[in-house]
Design a protein around this ligand. Structure first.
Ligand code: SF4
Length: 266
């Protein structure tokens, strides 16, 4: 069994590795677990800071580490996704956690006035059902490209398809059993678990919200991030799911806070 000092040293070592190269998704379970625990610690440090924007700062860091991991792991082969194809931005019921939504809302509010007003109108419209009852395209889609690409939610980063036909069928409302690329999904899981665990450690909600409606609420309420950090449910009424399994999050919190891990783990 490792002493508290040894566990802290290991966490520090992995924090250094993750900061330099992201999470190595090819490594064994122990390496992966310590990497995610180290990222949990890093995000916890941001969330425990005094910035009024610390939730969106944590999301920004999570996205950076996702991209770093994507650069340093093998590339997925056989993807059907191509630049200029935005079927998934029309199809997907994207969900995002609160910090990811606040990060985008901040970005939109900082745009030059004309662009900002156009985007806010588009975000508001996208949260309304279309005349035929179907979901509208994401309000951030412009000329078949994501207009907030650097800030897009983790769900969009990892959403990949191995078959264009599947996407086209789904776009026409046909039932499809999508084949997803494994590496982006594993990457997303690692980083979203780290952020969820850091939020849970501070008793902040780690739910995932229906993106279009939640983004409109964050845009319409400029102090939403501060109110959410103070414990208010600023997304009341928005469809949500509870995010990653609580048991897994508790393990990450234990590791990130230097607590003893169950026998045989880590
Ligand atoms: S945020 Fe960007 S990538 Fe995600 S659905 Fe909207 S337009 Fe597409």
């Amino acid at each position: 069994m490792q002493s508290r000092q040894q566990r802290r040293a290991k966490l520090k070592e992995y924090a250094g590795l993750v900061s330099r190269k992201g999470i190595d998704l090819r490594q064994n379970d122990s390496h992966y677990l310590w990497s995610v625990m180290a990222e949990t610690r890093m995000l916890l440090d941001i969330l425990q800071g005094s910035s009024r924007q610390r939730a969106s700062e944590a999301a920004r860091r999570m996205h950076e580490l996702y991209e770093l991991s994507a650069q340093n792991n093998p590339k997925e082969t056989g993807l059907a996704c191509r630049k200029g194809c935005a079927l998934c931005c029309r199809l997907t019921i994207t969900s995002a956690c609160a910090p990811e939504i606040f990060l985008i809302a901040r970005h939109v509010r900082a745009l030059p006035e004309q662009e900002r007003e156009a985007k806010i109108a588009s975000i508001r419209l996208a949260a309304e059902p279309a005349e035929d009852g179907r979901m509208r395209s994401c309000g951030l889609l412009v000329n078949n490209s994501c207009s907030i690409y650097e800030k897009r939610p983790g769900a969009c980063r990892a959403y990949t398809s191995m078959s264009l036909k599947d996407c086209e069928d789904a776009d026409q409302g046909k039932p499809v059993n999508f084949a997803r690329a494994e590496i982006p999904l594993r990457n997303r899981t690692a980083h979203s678990y780290a952020l969820s665990a850091a939020l849970k450690a501070l008793n902040l909600p780690h739910d995932y919200y229906e993106f279009r409606s939640a983004l409109r609420m964050a845009i319409d309420n400029p102090d939403a991030e501060e109110r959410w950090l103070a414990g208010e449910d600023v997304f009341a009424g928005v469809q949500r799911d509870p995010g990653p399994q609580v048991q897994a999050l508790e393990l990450l919190i234990a590791g990130a806070t230097g607590k003893e891990l169950p026998a045989g783990v880590g």
